[in-house]
Design a binder for this molecule. Sequence first.
Ligand code: TYM
Length: 332
Amino acid sequence: MNRIFSGMQPTRQLHLGNYLGALRNWVALQNEYECIFCVVDLHALTIAQEPEVLRNNIREVAAAYIAAGIDPDKNILFNQSFVSGHAELGWILSCHTPLGWLNRMTQFKEKAGKHRDMANLGLYSYPVLMAADILLYKATHVPVGEDQKQHLELARDIAGAFNRHYDTEFFPLPEPQILGEATRVMSLRDGTKKMSKSDESEYSRINMTDDADTIAQKIRKAKTDPEPLPDTLEDLEKRPEADNLVTIYAALSGETREQAIQRFAGAQFSQFKTALLDAAVAHLAPITQRMNELLADKAEIDRLLRKGGERAEAIASRHLAEVKDIIGLLRP
Ligand code: TYM
C-alpha cells in the first residue's frame, strides 16, 4: 500500500517556498494516495517559542493546509504532539543512529552556526524525529522541497539499519517526492539563498498571509539585474535572481520554465514583474481569504486537529506495539 506522510513546522508564517515546494504538491497527491499531513509542532521546539504564539502558529499552519485544498476528512490532518508515539519512536530510532550520520547533516550545521556547542540537543537529533514521523506510519512516499532531501536519505538509512539489525522488513524505505518546477524557491533579495522563514528581511519572502499590496511591493522590490530576460534556460541559469523569478512565475501559472522563458524572452523586468505579481495575487488571494475565514473559528480548527489526531493515533499505536514486539520490549 502507498501512504504519504509529510509535515511543516509551525514556526512563523508559511511562505511561497513552502507552498510551491510542498503544499501545492500535497493537494494534487491527495487523490492518488492515502495521506497523513502533520503540523510538526515538536520540531518547532528546536528554536525558542512563546507558548501563545506557538499555539496560534499551529492553527495557522492547519488553516493553510485546508485553505490550499487539503481535505481534512479524506486525509489525516493533525499536530504531531497529539500522538506521543512520534517522540517514543524517535528515542528508539536514535538508538539505531550513529552520530556520524547526524554529523553530516548540512541543515544542522547551517542552523547551529558558529556556536555549535550552544545548539540544543533537539536541533541535532531533529532528523531522527523526522524519520520517526515517517516510519511511525510506515509511509512509503514523502513529498517535500529539495532542502529536505538529505533528511529523507537519513530516514531511509535509519529504516534500513533497523530492518537489518532485527532481520525484518518492517519499515518500508520511504521515497522522497520532489515535484514541480519550484523545488527550491530562493530569496527575493538574494537568488543564491533559499527563501526561508528565518531570513531577517520580510522582503526576502512572500508569506501565504500577505495581502495583494504587500505581494506587489515585495515583487517590485525583488532584486534583479539590468539585462532584459534571456531567451534560453541556459542563459537564465547564469542569473540567479532572474532564474528564481521565472521559476516562481512558471510554478504559479502552471507552465514549464521553458514555456515561461519563451513567453518573456527580451522583456524588461518591470513588464515581467507585473505579470508575476498578477499571477501571485490571483493564486494566493483566495487561499489567504479562506485561511482568514478558517482562523476566525479556532475551536473548529482545534476540533479538526483532534479528530485527525485520533485517526493518526490508531495507526501509530498499532505500529509502535509491533516495534516493541520486534525489539523485545514488554507491552503493558
Ligand atoms: P519546513 O517546515 O522547513 O518546510 C516545509 C516544507 O516546505 C519545503 N520548503 C521549500 N520548498 C521549496 N523552496 C523553499 N525555499 C522551501 N522552504 C521550505 C520543505 O522542503 C518542506 O517540504 N523537516 C521538515 C518538516 C518535517 C517533515 C517531517 C517533512 C518534520 N517531519 C516528515 C516530511 C516528513 C521541515 O523543516 O520543513
